[in-house]
Design a protein around this ligand. Structure first.
Ligand SMILES: [Zn+2]
Length: 300
C-alpha cells in the first residue's frame, strides 16, 4: 500500500506539470472509485472545466486545489496509480478507471487493480472554523495541515502528518503517553499519525530500537526522541529515493517508474535474513492481520 513517501513522490511529480491545467473531461469507467458521489456524472460535473491550482498531500491523501475553491482528493488505497499519458492513443493499462484529459493536452489516468482507492471532489464548508478537527492534529503549531483539514472536512479526522503539521518531540510525547496500545498500532492508526503504514512503521521502530508490541505509554523521553527523529529521517530518505516498490506490490510514479527505497529496508520483508546490526535472523509476526518484521535482539 502506498504510504507517505510514495504519495509524496506522486504529488511532487504531478505538481510539476498539472498546476495550471484545465480539466477538459473526466471519463469514469468504474463508478466504485468515485463512490462518495451519488453518480459518476456528479463527480464529472464537479471537475470538468476547472483548473488545477495546487497539489498538496495530507497523510496518504493527494489534494488538488481547483480554482473555484473545491478540492479533488485522491486516495490510492492498496494499489492505485496515477499515470500520465500523452493522449488517447497511448495504450490504456488494464484496470484504468478514470481518465482525465486536459485542455492544454495530455491525460492523467487512475489505474487500480483492487479498487480500494478513491477519488472525490470536496466542497469547503460554509464556516471552516466549525469543522471538528482531530485532537491529535490540533497539537500542531504550524504548517498547512490544519488549514487543509478545515477546507476538506472528509480529512478532519486525520491525526498528525509528520511533514504537513509542525509538531515537536514534546507534543509527540504527549500523544504517545496518552495511548496504552502497542506502538505498531499507534504508528499505523491514521487518526493518530497520518501517513505511516506497515513498511515505515516497522522501519522506524527498528531504527529506534523499539519493539512493535511495546505499549506506547511506557516509552522513556529518550525513546520518544529517538522514535520522533527516526520517523522524520526515514520518511525524508524514502521520499528522496522515490518511495518503496516491492515485488508483490505495484507502486510506480506517474511516469511508471518504481522507487528504490526497497534497497534500504532494514527489516521489512526480511524474515529469516540476518539483522543488519546483529546478524540474528529477522522475525515476523502477525499484528491485526498484517505482517510485522523486527529483530528480537535489537528492539526492546
Ligand atoms: Zn538485530
Amino acid at each position: 500500500m502506498p504510504e507517505l513517501p510514495e504519495v509524496e513522490t506522486v504529488r511532487a511529480s504531478l505538481a510539476r506539470d498539472l498546476i495550471g491545467k484545465k480539466v477538459k473531461s473526466a471519463a469514469v469507467t468504474n463508478g466504485r472509485v468515485v463512490r462518495r458521489h451519488k453518480t459518476a456524472k456528479e463527480f464529472r460535473m464537479a471537475i470538468e472545466g476547472h483548473t488545477i491550482k495546487s497539489a498538496q498531500r495530507l497523510g496518504k491523501n493527494l489534494i488538488f486545489g481547483l480554482e473555484n475553491g473545491t478540492h479533488l482528493v485522491v486516495h490510492l488505497g492498496m494499489s492505485g496509480q496515477l499515470l500520465r499519458a500523452k493522449g488517447p492513443k497511448d495504450l490504456k493499462p488494464k484496470h484504468t478507471h478514470v481518465v482525465f484529459s486536459f485542455v492544454q493536452g495530455g491525460e492523467l489516468r487512475y489505474v487500480d487493480p483492487r479498487t480500494f482507492g478513491e477519488l472525490y471532489v470536496s466542497t469547503p464548508p460554509t464556516d471552516p472554523s466549525e469543522v471538528e478537527i482531530s485532537k491529535f492534529a490540533r497539537l500542531s503549531i504550524g504548517g498547512d495541515g490544519l488549514g487543509l483539514r478545515r477546507e476538506i472536512p472528509e480529512l478532519a479526522h486525520l491525526g498528525i502528518d509528520p511533514f504537513e503539521d509542525q509538531i515537536g518531540w514534546d507534543r509527540f510525547a504527549a500523544i504517545l503517553r496518552s495511548r496504552s496500545t502497542s506502538l505498531k498500532v499507534v504508528l499505523t492508526d491514521q487518526d493518530i499519525i497520518a501517513g505511516l503504514g506497515n513498511i515505515y512503521a516497522d522501519e522506524t521502530l527498528f531504527a529506534s530500537g523499539l519493539r512493535y508490541d511495546r505499549s506506547a505509554e511506557t516509552l522513556s523521553t529518550i525513546e520518544i526522541r529517538r522514535l520522533h527523529r527516526a520517523i522524520t529521517e526515514i520518511l525524508t530518505n524514502a521520499i528522496k529515493h522515490g518511495g518503496t516498490t516491492l515485488d508483490d506490490e505495484q507502486f510506480v510514479d506517474p511516469d511508471g517508474k518504481p522507487g528504490s527505497y526497497q534497497q534500504y529496508l532494514q527489516v521489512y520483508g526480511r524474515e529469516g535474513q540476518p539483522c543488519l546490526q546483529c546478524r540474528l535472523p529477522i522475525s515476523r509476526v502477525m499484528v491485526r492481520q498484517r505482517s510485522t518484521f523486527f529483530c528480537e535482539k535489537c528492539q526492546s
